[in-house]
Design a protein around this ligand. Structure first.
Ligand code: C2E
Ligand code: CA
Ligand code: CA
Length: 727
């Protein structure tokens, strides 16, 4: 039925309409012409018939009747002659004969009527309508209401259609008059031939209607059949385009070689199909290595999981990562790094062969999906081969690059239900290989997931802890060892979970960083620190400044500066009440200009800047000179056991004089014993932050503790102080 909708239906409808109008116009013209002709013919004929009737009548009965004509010669009446007339006007044989010859002459019927003076009706008394046996038909009268009655009762001839034997016929009725001219009856003639003419005309009308309908049906059928046939290619092209949109690009576009509109459309669709193929290629290909990209990997992984669980095909998923690629990149630059990535991808392909699908997800993360049902032994051999192939250095422009890779492997049939799980588990195995020192492969094992589950649970807990502001901060004093006076306080995040108990920041901070929660956590810590600063200012406790730890991820949030600014304003404190501690991690992946910009922006708020954990990272000393730090915090690893280690003392001496040389305030972290404090103080630094003086504690206790430390300053040596503090 769809043919009647759309183009086919519309055009067929229009065709039918046009043909209908054409037929109607021609038929109407023809019919009108014929109508006119029959009309004229009929009146001429009836006129002649009337004249003939009157002539025959009066010539055959010359003694009884005379004819009266008008000027044009049309009969006006047949009049009875005075003396000879038999005015009885009743049935006579000669009347009948007369009517018969009139009828024969006119090829029609003839009737004689007599006016009945009692009823004023004209009663028939003679007729050509005899029954086959010669008897008279039933009596008939022309009465008031008959089309001819008015004319003849008023003594006028009548020409027009009258009912004759149940049909309308064209008739001419001539009054029959008494000798005195009064109406006595009527002589009526009609012409059968005229009837035929009209019948023919009517038949023509039916014929026209019949053939019109036939032609219309033919046109409609033709239209529908032809149009649907012509439009059929459009329908299949439309279907093709729909398939194309659904990503089915395998087939060839049909009708491309046609030269008509269909061909043009097909060629256009072909262009789209080609473009789609190109886009699909780009969408699934890694530009740098021409391996598959993440989308390719994810699509294939879905299939691999499906097949691993529904067929005998057990797929194997490997994650590959270059050990220490970041350093290589940093050392040689990104362009060089790209060349290495290409080389590595080629090397992987050369080992794995064509049976596997290798993709690159990001940076140096490669994935390998192997469709073959490899045994564990075969997989192990292959993994060995992959790891070992990198024992030879890679040559790039005469530079020898030594690199190793780590590999995590999962048998999808046994160790992954979903694509997500496959990816996660394989990545866990890779992490394990990395944690073990790299240059090796590790199979996924279910206990790896337990660790992850624990971390994920902690992540969930942490999220609500941050939202419910269950994170607190404790403070650890920084003390000038020469004067035993407070120089500042470091705020340290504390989390006491309702069921898990206290959780160390060394545990939850990395989780917060990995999950992005660090941004909200960091904001909360800044908020709490500023709040405390305001409270202490109000109380009149001089805390010098509060140092907050800011993780690089948090720092690189676009709105970090605003967060700090808002918090300072919100609590009505000074920028200089706050110190931001940053680790060398901010230099990873960021240019010196960006680092300088953000540090300067912080500085403009009056905030003090401290470089935390100095000496832990791989940082170059160059930037220390150029970046706007105020303070250097020397890591605990430099001081633990320093009193017994001369080498350490020399190193610390060097580091401190470097800091001093750069006019930086130097804080030494993590002094636990009196001996360490003494040694550090003798080497000379601005402040010491360590358990010896105080462990991190609640804000409430801080003024008391600080008072104790400072109060003992003059009275006691640090050694004595320990005794005081222990009491
Ligand atoms: P950090 O910034 O180096 O903080 C100093 C850490 O050394 C604190 O550990 C402190 O309790 C500890 N410490 C101080 N004196 C001594 C000592 O004499 N001996 C020993 N063994 N340790 C000492 P904590 O509080 O467990 O924090 C660990 C790390 O967690 C911090 O190291 C910091 O990197 C991170 N952290 C803590 N709070 C926050 C925070 O609010 N934001 C961020 N981003 N990191 C935080
Ligand atoms: Ca710190
Ligand atoms: Ca530190």
């Amino acid at each position: 039925m769809h043919h009647f909708r759309g183009i086919t239906g519309r055009i067929t409808f229009q065709l039918v309409a046009i043909v209908t109008i054409t037929i109607m116009i021609t038929a109407a013209i023809g019919y009108t012409k014929l109508y006119e002709v029959t009309e004229t013919n009929a009146s001429i004929r009836i006129d002649r018939a009337a004249r003939a009737a009157v002539s025959i009548f009066t010539l055959k009965l010359p003694t009884e009747y005379e004819a009266i004509y008008d000027q044009a010669g049309d009969p006006l009446a047949v009049r009875l002659k005075g003396d000879t007339a038999d005015s009885s006007l009743i049935f006579r044989d000669d009347y009948d004969l007369l009517l018969k010859s009139i009828g024969a002459t006119n090829q029609g019927a003839a009737n004689l009527f007599k006016l009945n003076m009692d009823t004023n009706a004209f009663d028939r008394f003679s007729t050509t309508f005899r029954k086959p046996d010669g008897t008279m038909p039933p009596p008939m009268s022309i009465q008031s209401g008959h089309p001819a009655y008015d004319n003849i009762i008023n003594n006028r001839p009548h020409l027009g259609e009258v009912p004759v034997m149940g049909r309308m016929r064209l008739a001419y009725l001539t009054p029959v008059q008494f000798p005195n001219g009064q109406v006595a009856g009527a002589l009526a003639v009609d012409v059968g031939w005229v009837d035929d003419l009209i019948a023919a005309r009517d038949e023509l009308r039916s014929t026209i209607i019949f053939y019109s309908i036939l032609i219309l049906l033919l046109v409609a059928a033709f239209g529908i059949i032809r149009m649907s046939k012509e439009l059929l290619p459009l329908r299949s092209l439309a279907k093709f385009a729909t398939d194309l949109a659904q990503g089915n690009t395998e087939q060839e576009v049909p009708f491309k070689s046609r030269k008509d509109e269909v061909g043009i459309l097909a060629q256009s669709i072909n262009h789209v199909a080609e473009l789609q193929n190109k886009l699909a290629y780009l969408a699934y290909t890694d530009e740098l290595t021409s391996l598959g990209n993440r989308s390719n990997y994810l699509g294939l992984l879905d299939r691999a999981i499906e097949e691993s669980h529904t067929t005998d095909n057990g797929w194997i998923l490997m994650h590959v990562d270059i050990d220490g690629f970041k350093q290589i990149n940093d050392m040689h630059g990104q362009i060089f790094g790209d060349v290495i990535l290409k080389k590595v991808s080629e090397t992987i392909i050369s080992v794995i062969g064509k049976n596997a699908d290798v993709s690159r997800l990001a940076s140096d993360e490669f994935t390998i999906l192997i469709e073959e049902n490899l045994s564990e032994k075969q997989t192990t051999a292959l993994s060995h081969k992959l790891v070992d192939v990198f024992s030879k250095p890679i040559m790039i422009n005469t530079i020898e690059i030594f690199l190793t890779i780590s590999l995590g492997t999962t048998f999808l049939k046994y160790h992954a239900e979903t694509a997500d799980e496959a990816h996660r588990n394989t990545n866990l195995a890779l992490r394990k290989a990395k944690d073990n020192g790299g240059d090796q492969f590790v199979y996924y094992a279910s206990d790896m997931n337990d660790t992850l589950q624990g971390q994920m649970r902690l992540e969930r807990y942490l999220q609500s802890a941050i939202a419910d502001r269950e994170i607190e901060i404790h403070f650890q004093p920084q003390i000038n060892p020469m004067t035993n006076t407070l120089t500042g306080l470091e705020a340290l995040a504390r989390w006491n979970h309702a069921t898990e108990g206290p959780i160390s920041p060394t545990q939850f901070i990395p989780i917060a960083e990995a999950s992005g929660l660090i941004v909200d956590l960091g904001t909360l810590v800044i908020d709490l620190a500023c709040e405390q600063a305001a409270a202490w200012r109000k109380e009149g406790f001089d805390f010098k400044h509060i140092a907050v730890n800011v993780s690089p991820i948090q720092l690189w949030q676009g709105n970090f500066i605003n967060v700090v600014k808002d918090m300072i304003e919100k609590h009505g404190i000074l920028g200089s009440d706050i110190c931001v501690e940053i680790t060398e991690g901010i230099f990873v992946d960021h240019t010196e200009i960006r680092v300088t910009n953000i540090l300067n922006a912080l500085r403009e708020l009056g905030v003090m800047l401290s470089l935390d954990d100095f000496g832990m990272g791989y940082s170059s000393l160059g930037y220390l000179n150029r970046l706007p730090f105020d303070q250097l915090k020397i890591d605990r690893s430099f001081v633990s056991g320093i009193d017994k280690d001369h080498r350490k003392q020399h190193v610390l001496q060097g580091v401190i004089s470097l800091g001093k040389g750069l006019h930086l305030n130097v804080v030494v972290e993590g002094t636990e014993t009196l001996e360490e404090v003494d040694t550090v103080r003798d080497i000379g630094c601005d402040s010491i932050q360590g358990f010896y003086y105080a462990k991190p504690t609640t804000a409430k206790q801080i003024p008391h503790i600080v008072e104790k430390i400072e109060g003992s300053a003059l009275a006691f040596s640090p050694n004595d102080l320990r005794k005081v503090l222990k009491k």
